[in-house]
Design a protein around this ligand. Structure first.
Ligand SMILES: C[S@@+](CC[C@H](N)C(=O)[O-])C[C@H]1O[C@@H](n2cnc3c(N)ncnc32)[C@H](O)[C@@H]1O
Length: 302
């Protein structure tokens, strides 16, 4: 999604050091490697051990690539540990979940295919969403669904979940989807009534916005002057966080704006590059899921 545009945003230098913070199945990684020369290097991360295992098979002969099972929230230590003192010339984030994750019912992301109610991007850490739903209060569930799903009927959904779990533990995605569908009707054509609830629970159980905030701050820290930050977000909550971050880091502190010379520590760390980019008609026709994707690009300043 937005791959060509994101690659252009990175303005690849053939011998540069780059980070693909969200490896997925390696689509962007393959494109970056194509644009790098023999001296170029790429560090690719994913929180999902299955993604990394598939990547190790796909790129077994690729000596310019280092694949690491880690969160991009830890970029601040991962880049110095792997870059061998090379300046980092670009970091790419392609947020959200990959098609293989959504398509594998056993991962528990899908309300369409029944599977265990898990939803962890990294199943080696934390707890499945079913464990949290078994103990959370109506108000906690309501708040998560309202905040991360922007679901107007969050209270109704939370009450239905708590009522359902009195009779049986909710351990399957199919059960949860049916409980939500019984509590609210969809108001968006073509969307399952549980879409917002599933998105919210996934974002909560993986602390996706917290990780994003830490990942963006860490990217800023590791990029060398002139290095590019390219972020593809998948829905409005993510994009809002990216937009705010880039705006904040590209402006002079309002309290210091009137000074004849802005102190070095207060100068902006980023320069915005171009405007936000949406997928073109051809991409949307091929992949309707791309309709809410957005790319933003910025450059690290000295
Ligand atoms: C939309 S997919 C990326 C697809 C990829 N660009 C490609 O071309 O195949 C998002 C990926 O980011 C990973 N991810 C999500 N949060 C992460 C985090 N905090 N750290 C590292 N990877 C993360 C997910 O596991 C998923 O594989």
């Amino acid at each position: 999604m937005l791959a060509a545009e994101a690659l252009a945003g990175l303005a690849l230098e053939a011998g540069g050091y780059y980070v693909d913070a969200t490896f997925g199945r390696g689509g962007h990684t393959a494109l970056i490697l194509q644009g790098l020369g023999r001296e170029g290097r790429l560090l690719a991360l994913d929180r999902d051990p299955q993604a990394i295992a598939a990547g190790r098979r796909r790129f077994a002969d690729e000596m310019r690539l280092t694949l690491v099972h880690a969160s991009f929230a830890d970029l601040g230590t991962l880049v110095p540990a792997h870059a061998d003192h090379r300046p980092c010339r670009g970091v790419l984030f392609d947020l959200g979940v990959s098609s293989p994750q959504l398509d594998d019912a056993q991962r528990g992301f899908s309300f369409r295919a029944d599977g265990p109610l898990d939803m962890r991007l990294d199943p080696t850490h934390g707890e499945p969403v079913s464990a949290w739903l078994a103990r959370a209060s109506v108000d906690e569930i309501r708040q998560v669904i309202a905040t991360f799903g922007e679901e107007r009927f969050a209270r109704r959904v939370a009450q239905a979940i708590v009522a359902a779990r009195r009779t049986r533990a909710l351990t399957r995605t199919g059960e949860l989807a049916a409980v939500v569908a019984g509590a609210v009707r969809t108001r968006e054509p073509g969307k399952h009534p549980a879409t917002r609830t599933f998105q919210a629970l996934r974002m909560y159980i993986n602390d996706e916005l917290g990780q994003l905030e830490r990942g963006l701050a860490a990217a800023l820290e590791v990029l060398s002057p002139g290095g590019r930050l390219a972020v593809i977000s998948f829905h409005s909550l993510e994009d809002r966080a990216v937009k705010r971050f880039m705006q904040r880091e590209s402006e002079v502190d309002p309290a210091l704006r009137g000074l004849p010379a802005v102190p070095e520590a207060a100068r902006p760390a980023l320069k915005l590059i171009g405007r936000k980019t949406r997928p073109g008609e051809t991409e949307l026709a091929r992949n309707p899921r791309a309709r809410s994707a957005l790319l933003r690009v910025a450059e690290r300043l000295a």
